[in-house]
Each structure stands twice: as C-alpha cells, then as structure tokens.
Design a protein around this ligand. Sequence first.
Ligand SMILES: [Zn+2]
Length: 340
Amino acid sequence: MSEYTEFNKELEDFYKKKSLYKKEYNYIKHTIVNNEFYRQLPRNEQQIAIRNIKQNCIQCKKKGGTKFIEGFDEEKNYRFVKMTCGNESSPCNLFSFLTIPKVYSFQRIIEEQESSIEQLKKDLINLKNKGIYGLITNEDAVKKYKEIKEQLSEVYMLHTSFFKDYMQIIENEQKEANKTEILLKIDEVLTEMRVYLGDFNDLQNTHSLKVAVNKYIHDLLPKLMDLRRNSYNAMFVHYNEDDNTFNLMQSKYTIADTEYFMDDPSVQKTNNKKETSSRLVAPVSDDIDWGSDDESDISKVNNSYETEDSDDDGMLLSRKKLIIDQNTPEESPVIESEIL
Ligand SMILES: [Zn+2]
C-alpha cells in the first residue's frame, strides 16, 4: 500500500481537517454553554443557540462552513470521502474527492487462497470417486477434471506470488543482509575505539581520547541509526496516561505494509489557493448565529447580543444585552437588563 503516497497523504489530510473542524465546533459549544448569559436563557433558546452554531469554511472563511462527507457509492461499490466549501452563493475552490477501494490484509488473501486450494483438491477426489462408481460419464469427468486443474493452477500461481510478496514484507531478506553487514561494521568500530580508549587509559593520551570520541560520533552513531532503520519499519513513542510512562514501540512492519488494495484508489483535488491554517476562532465571534426565529429575538450587535421579549402584539416588554469583551472573551460577559 506504500506506493499510494499521494492518496495516503490526502486521506490523512481529510481526517486531520475534519477533526480540527470538529474541535473548533466543540470549543465554540463549550464556550457558549459556560457563558453566564446562555445559562439564563430558557431551555428551548439554549437548544437553538447550540443548533445555530455556525462555522466558516476552513479555506475562504466564508459562511456555510466546510462539508466533510464520508459515504459509500452503492452503484460503483466503493467508499469515498469528500471535502467541499459550504458557502452557497460563492463557494471557493476547496475540493477533494477520494475513492477508497476495499483493502484486504495479505494474511487474509493468502488464507482464502489456501482454503480455495483445499476445496479444489476435495473436488478432484470427489470427481474421481464419481468416476469409480460410474456416477459421471467419462466425457464429463475429463471436462470437469480439466476445469478444476486449470482453476487449481491459477490459484497456486497467485498464492505463490502473494506469499512471496508477504514474506518480503515480514522477513525482508535484503534488510536482514544489510543488518549482518552493519553489525560487522559496528564491531570493527568498537574494536578500534577500544584500542584508542585503552591508549588513553594507559598513557593519558588525550589525542587518543579525541579520536575515540570522533569515531563514536561519526562512525558508530550513524551505523546504529542504520541498524535501527533496517530492523524496524515502524517506530513511535506511546504515552500511557494510566501510569504516566512513555514506551518505545518498535515493529518490523506496520499494518499498512501488510494491506493490499483490491483496486487503485483515486484522488481528485482542486485547491490552488494558498491554504490558511486551521485555527480556533474567538469563542464568540461572527461564526455564531444565535438565530432569530424564536419568540425572543437574539441578535448580534458588534460584540454584544441582545434579547428582546415582546407580548403577543409585538409590544416590547424587556430587553437584555450581553456584552463580551473580545480581548478577554473567557471572562463573564456584562449583562444589561432593561424592563420597558
Ligand atoms: Zn470556502
């Protein structure tokens, strides 16, 4: 799967952007629900406020947000992910469409091939028995025998090829050969270093010490790096929250290395604009639409939000004003109340 670098990069990009977008939403929501003004609102207005959280497009920053779609095309039988601008009047050119083919692990394919081989062998035995007991005509038996033999040789061929590729991944012979060579070199460098260090210990010769240190930096360390690269394909540090420890995880190969795409994935992308990095917006900003279709009208005026209560005839009864300091939005806003 490693040959699909562009596809993997784009897929990672999609999920990274989607996750940042969701984080931004959660952040806005969190800020709203912790807001004193919000807490004073009736429950239905609270729901409206949350429902009306609006985000801007990650690229053009316009209203409408960004659409992240994960779907399945029934007709063409593939999974896809799609990212587009959500602005209706003038969407920007943000566009990414990736088709994701079915992925099988090498192990699974090989296991399926092995069971096919077993089944075909059983079919051959059955055919033979049928022939012995005269349950099938000679002509049919020969025809069937040929068919099974052909299928069998086809599966054998595929199995050999998959098995070879799989072994190349898990028991990479080239890497094993490289490792042997590197280990020999390491041994040579260590022997040389020992001589120089011995010289320093016996004669206090600082020049020998310098040579030994230089050998360590310029010869030994790069070889150790080489050894690590040839020993492990996957290396990362895992942090365990439970016991606050860091663990170095090393593996000869990754799961992705042992996966096989049944078709080629495709990448369609239009994104000429220079990308602006995703950022968390100010907790209360233009991105939030408080909605105005409710009895109590909440509208945004600069950094303040107003709510008005009116009676059935539209007569204003009271007005509340929420003022948020943009510089310190996390502080409780000022609420001005006016009974009319
Ligand atoms: Zn856009």
